[in-house]
Every structure is written in C-alpha cells, then in structure tokens.
Design a protein around this ligand. Structure first.
Ligand code: HAM
Length: 480
C-alpha cells in the first residue's frame, strides 16, 4: 500500500478494526460519559485551535521540559511565525482565558476539552504521537477544596466508566517559598554528583534544576534516590493546603497514596499534584494526572489568577477498560432494514425510510437489488433488529411483515403505523431505564415527598397554562 497513516498515529473506525480500542462507538461512549460528568461538576466545553505560537508552550509548559525541548511538532508558517501543534491543553486554555479576558465575565471558570494532542515521542504500546485527552481546568479558586473537587471529578470519571484497581497518587510541590528552599537544597546535593549526571541533567542543573527529578536516565535516578524531598521544605501554609486536600479526599472515600516521588513533566505546577496509574497499561501506566498551577496565567501575561486541573488520556482509558473486561454499550445498529422487490417497492421504501428517520428511528434500505439471500445476509451483518421485505402484495395492502431477526417472530404492521411503532420500540428501553432511575431513589418518605412536590408543581403549571389557553380560545370565539 502506497499511503499509510504516519508512525505513532491511528484511525478510529466504525467497525472491526484490528484493535478493538479503535472502534468509534467506544470513543463516542466514553466521550458521552466525560460530557455527563463535566455537566454534573459544572464544567463547560472550550475548544481551542490545534496549533499555537511555539512561544506559548516554551513559556507555559517550560523550555527545558521533554515535551517542549524534544517532542513538539514545530513549523514555520508561511508568514514566518514559529508554530507548534499543541502537545497539551492547559497552556492553550490559559491563552484563550487571557485573550478573551474571561476574568471580567465571572470570578471562576470551569472549562473542559476533548482534543487530540501531538507529541513526537518514541513509539511504544500506549504511547502515540497524536493522542487524545479530556482535560478539566478550574480557574479562579486557590482553595484546597477546588483541588479536591478536581481529583474527585477525575476519580468519578473512571468510576462511571467502570475502571477498577487504579492507583491515585498525590503529592505537593508547595508554594514559591517552599520550592525555592527545596531548589537550593537540591542544587547543593546534586552539585556533589555533577560529574556523574547525564548531559541533559548537567544543563538542567544550571537552568532548571527541578526538572532533573523528571530524568529517565538510570544513573540520574540512582543519584536522585538520596536527594532531599520537597516535603521537608513546605511552608506552614503549604502543609495546611495539602493536609486539607487529603482530609477532603478521605471524607469522600477516595483512596489515594501520598507519593513524594511524583514528578509532573510540565513546569507550571505548584502545591497539589496528582497522578493516576493503571497496572494494566504496562510501562506507560499513567492514565491521568494534573495539579495546581497558580502562576501560569500571570506567567503568560494575564492577571494573577490561580488555577488547578487535570487531563486523562483517552487511548489509555479505553485500553484499560477493555483489559479489565468492562461492559461497553453496543455499537450502532439499525432498528429496521427494508428490502424492496422491484422499482415500485423501491419508491415506497424510500418514503417509509423518510418517515422512520423523521421519527428518529435508525433505519436503512437495500439499494443494490441483489438476490434476497445476499441482502438478508447483509442485514444480518449490520445487525438490523427488524427486516421487512416489500413487494407487490405489501404495496397493495399497505402492510408489511416485520421480522425480528433475533427471535424470528413476525408481526403485521400497516405502513401508517410503522414509524410510530418502531419509535416506541426504540424508546422502550430508555423509558424502562428512566422508570428504574425514578423508582430507585425513593428509599425514604422524604425523597418521595420531594418528588411529589415537584410533580404537583408541574401538573399545576400545566393546568394553569391550559386554563389560560382555553380562556384565550373562548375570547377569540366571542370576537369571531
Ligand atoms: P500529562 O500528564 O502530560 O498532563 O498528560 C495527561 C495524560 O495524557 C497522561 O496521563 C496520559 O494518559 C496521556 N498521554 C500523555 N502523553 C501521551 C502519549 N504520547 N500517548 C498516549 N497518551 C498520552 C498534561 O498534559 C497536563 N496538561 C494535564 C493538566 C491539565 N494539568 C493541569 N491541567
């Protein structure tokens, strides 16, 4: 084959790709859960361009981070500007926040995005050059409660998706004062091993020593084992902030581990940081991560507004779900497949199809005119729920024989009734779910009373509106 997708990127296909995690319906399902959870936590969607000025990431994420120094897709545009495909979502969202002066609209903004990110990383299972993230950014609150909310939100997403056995690890990087004291102690320590450090770390020791903590070099890691910890340099305020986050997580029943070794690969963090891992994922086991980044907006030229957030990789979520055998809703299937016999039947089917689709019933028909056996086989392949063959007899009687594929049951339905009937059929399971959801919460009298009050209110409202409408009709009758 002449053209293939570039290394490290992949297609997401509707059906049967070689790897199940690339099936469209699974992506649509997990994205629907992100949106549902985002709504319940009050986050609204933001969409930013796929590329930004390179400087935004150099300034925001950090020039000496691997992401910026080694992994960005950078190019000069035709106007001579240096641009980069976004390697992460936080800096672009902050750029948009500053550009549109969102601080003037409201003191707090809670934003989320579902977008592809681009990092030129070494190819490996679970690591892609275009990967997808859902990210959440809560801007405007410096309180530990906001950090806890963000961690809880991340946890809730995984829970709703049915993920199990995840490790939530949290730590703190302290405030500026804590980090400065820590930085000095770290530099003092590392200087004694300067000769043995990797070339990258030697440079970082001069320009950004904290980044050495992120080194993957085995020798650097060995040296780092004896290094001081930020936790020994926390100011009282930072200690209280971190403690409060932990207390809230405890009260919410979120199990976590305080892991002092957490190093985020981006420079903008302060105070709370966290990471969630799934053992299923192997070497690339980080499924999501984030933390507080109070100085970023100011660093990018905006007001001094605090923020906190996280992002989670969609590929890794889906792979973990499949690895854990989590139940995922079925792919799209047509409710009905119409098979016309002859040209008059074709015209009839086109009309029936239109009616069905207008009612929102997923429906298809055969345009090929191939032998009935082959068309039936195709209907089976696309997992149509019902099939109806339409010939002269059906057109004459304006009735069809509706065959349910799974059971083989046949029922006679008039043309007129068809779309309505299948509409209700399709809705039935949703009604059942809704009824179940309604019945479930009534565990106490108070709950039932609360529901009844709402119901009576809405009945009253309907009665009033109907009354007013009737009055209006009476008046019109009088005038006429
Ligand atoms: P990050 O840890 O660099 O954080 O990425 C977040 C998640 O994206 C990772 O936990 C991982 O699941 C996924 N991911 C990253 N790189 C790849 C890759 N090459 N292939 C597949 N998945 C990948 C950030 O990007 C921050 N912006 C998160 C954040 C938001 N912090 C505060 N707000």
């Amino acid at each position: 084959m002449k053209y293939k997708a570039a290394p490290g990127v992949f297609d997401i296909l509707p059906k049967d790709p070689k790897e199940k995690w690339r099936c469209t319906h699974i992506w649509q399902y997990v994205e629907s859960v992100f949106r549902e959870v985002a709504k319940s936590y009050g986050f609204q969607e933001i969409r930013t361009p796929a590329f930004e000025r390179t400087e935004l990431f150099a300034r925001g994420v950090g020039e000496t981070t691997d992401i910026v120094s080694k992994e960005m897709y950078t190019f000069e545009d035709r106007g001579g500007r240096m641009m980069s495909l976004r390697p992460e979502g936080t800096a672009p969202v902050m750029r948009a926040y500053i550009e549109h002066q969102l601080q003037n609209q409201a003191p707090v903004h809670k934003l989320f995005y579902i977008e592809p990110m681009f990092r030129y990383e070494r190819q490996q299972a679970g690591r892609y050059r275009q990967h997808h993230q859902v990210g959440f950014e809560a801007i405007g609150n410096s309180s530990p409660e906001q950090d806890a909310e963000v961690i809880d939100l991340c946890y809730t997403i995984y829970q709703k998706l049915g993920l199990k056995d995840l490790q939530v690890m949290i730590s703190t990087l302290g405030d500026t004062e804590s980090r400065l004291a820590f930085k000095n102690a770290l530099v003092d320590y590392l200087k004694t091993y300067e000769e043995d450090l990797s070339e990258d770390s030697k440079v970082r020791l001069k320009v950004n020593p904290l980044r050495i903590l992120d080194s993957k070099d085995p020798k650097d890691q060995e040296i780092l084992r004896g290094a001081p910890s930020i936790h020994d340099f926390l100011t009282e305020e930072s200690q209280i902030h971190f403690k409060t986050v932990c207390v809230i997580l405890d009260s919410l029943g979120i199990r976590y581990e305080v892991n002092k070794q957490i190093v985020r690969g981006l420079d903008y963090y302060n105070q709370t940081v966290f990471e969630v891992t799934a053992s299923q994922l192997g070497a690339q086991n980080s499924i999501g991560g984030g933390g507080r980044y109070d100085g970023l907006i100011k660093e990018l030229g905006g007001p001094d507004v605090p923020a906190t957030g996280f992002a989670t990789g969609i590929e890794r979520i889906i792979q973990t779900m499949l690895g854990q055998g989590v139940k995922i809703p079925d792919a799209y299937r047509p409710v009905i497949f119409l098979i016309p016999l002859g040209s008059e039947a074709k015209a009839t089917c086109i009309h029936l199809l239109k009616e069905l689709r207008t009612e929102g019933v997923p429906s298809e028909m055969d345009y090929s005119g191939r032998k009935l056996g082959k068309v039936m086989h195709y209907a089976n392949q696309i997992r149509a729920q019902y099939v109806a063959v339409i010939g002269e007899e059906e057109i004459k009687n304006k009735k069809i024989q509706l065959k349910e594929m799974e059971t083989g049951d046949i029922s006679e339905v008039s043309f007129e009734e068809l779309s309505h009937l299948l509409y209700f059929e399709q809705q039935a399971s949703e009604y059942m779910n809704a009824i179940e959801r309604l019945q479930h919460p009534f565990e106490t009298i108070q709950q039932a009373e609360f529901f009844m009050k709402k119901l009576i209110h809405s009945i009253e409202y309907t009665k009033q509106t109907t009354g007013k409408l009737q009055e209006a009709i009476e008046k019109m009758k009088e005038i006429l």
